[in-house]
Structure formats: C-alpha cells, structure tokens
Design a protein around this ligand. Structure first.
Ligand code: ATP
Ligand code: MG
Length: 209
C-alpha cells in the first residue's frame, strides 16, 4: 500500500489499544509503520484497564503496564500514552475511548490501529458499526493471520463499511506478550524483544516469574 493522503488541516490521531502486558517491539513497529504510512500526527497508546467485574486474574496491574508502555515510547517524539482506559476501567469500550479522543474537536481524524488478529473479532465489539462510522481502522499484518482471508471475512461482516478498514503489511514480527511472559518465567532472555528500559523494569519488579 502506498502513502495515504489525508484531508489537509485536520489532526490525524492514531490510537493503539491493548493490554500491553508487556508492550513489545511488535506493538512499536505496528504503530510506527501506521504513523508513517497514514501521515499521522502522533500515535497514542491506550493500555486497557482492569474491568472490576471481569476475570482479570493473571493480568499485571494497570500501573505496571502503564509505566512499561511509557518507558517503551519515551524515545519516539510521535508516541504518547494515555491513562484514559486505566482511569475509566468500567466500561472500557473502544467506542468510549474514541469518543474521548474526538471530544470537542471537529478537527481530528481518528485512526485505530490493531493487529490482524484483533480486527478479525471486530464484529464481537460493542457497536462495531458505529465504531467504523467514527474512525478509520488500520489492521496490521501479524504472522499466522492472512490479510487476504481477513479481507474476505470483513467483506462479509462489515458490508458497506470496508472502506473504513485499511490493511497494512508490516515487517513480520512473530512476537506476543504471551511469548515474552513465558520466556521470563522460563528464565530465557527477552533482550531486543522489548525496549531495554522495559526489560529492566520487568527484572526490577520481578514481573512474570
Ligand atoms: P497477548 O499475547 O497477551 O494477547 P499481544 O502481544 O497480542 O499480547 P495485545 O496487548 O493483546 O498484545 O495487543 C494489542 C494490539 O497489538 C492488538 O491489536 C494486537 O493485534 C496488536 N499486536 C500485538 N502483537 C503484534 C505483532 N507482533 N504484530 C502486529 N500486531 C500486533
Ligand atoms: Mg493479544
């Protein structure tokens, strides 16, 4: 896909939601590639809160995940982190997040960045048709998920709205937070899978052991 030309004069905001337990280079490469290809002014990472009534066993505390995300984006002037979902854990719906970021400004376009696995489940999200009307989705490739198969699935379930979904091929990174947590538990190195300050934070706070 070539560069995406945007209407002039509007702020183009990228949002990247996730549990980020922990954040890793798969997330960072996705956001950076989307930022450049879609001429985004910046990308805000939005770590998910812990919904009090949902089974959150095993998920690291929001503060740890928020701090690791902050450490990971520190070196990129175009990346920010939002506490919105962490501070409003109930309900933590994407629609509320998008409403929050578009609030008061007619002058912004919202681009929601997800991996191919996450967009595959879009029809199970609350008010997904409304979501597609309010923002553009950028679905980045992820090993194990075929973009062409994804496109067929979306064509059927999001009829009439597929022009709001863009597929973006990124350098493939077969990395997940689950994989990182498993490696830490096994005493295996995670160096280069996540930025060094995040790796140090995990060691210092003895996470995932
Ligand atoms: P977990 O293994 O705990 O599910 P994860 O690595 O999938 O973690 P999430 O926090 O669940 O990370 O994902 C946040 C977003 O980042 C999702 O939209 C997901 O699809 C995307 N994403 C995560 N890892 C990658 C990757 N390696 N390549 C592309 N997209 C990714
Ligand atoms: Mg995931």
């Amino acid at each position: 896909m070539g560069s995406f030309s945007q209407p002039k004069g509007k702020t183009n905001i990228g949002l990247m939601g996730g549990t980020f337990d922990p954040i890793h280079i798969g997330h960072l490469v996705s956001a950076e590639e989307a930022r450049q290809q879609f001429n985004l002014d910046y990308v805000t990472f939005v770590p998910a809160g812990l919904p009090p009534h949902k089974d959150a066993t095993g998920i690291t505390s929001p503060e740890h995940r928020y701090l690791m995300t902050t450490l990971a984006v520190m070196s990129n002037p175009y990346f920010k982190v939002s506490r919105f979902e962490i501070d409003h854990p109930e309900p933590s719906y994407t629609l509320d997040t998008i409403a929050h970021f578009s609030k008061g400004s007619q002058a912004s376009n919202i681009f929601f960045i997800t991996g191919a696995d996450a967009i595959m489940e879009i029809t199970t999200w609350k008010n997904y048709r409304q979501l597609l009307e309010r923002c553009v989705f950028i679905a980045v490739s992820r090993p194990g998920y075929s973009l062409s198969r994804l496109w067929e699935t979306l064509g059927a379930s999001c009829a009439g709205l597929t022009e709001k979904i863009h597929l973006l091929e990124i350098p493939a990174l077969a990395i997940s937070s689950t994989f990182i947590r498993e490696r830490v538990a096994l005493g295996k190195t995670i160096r280069y899978l996540t930025p060094e300050p995040v790796e140090q934070y995990i060691v210092k706070h003895q996470l995932y052991l």
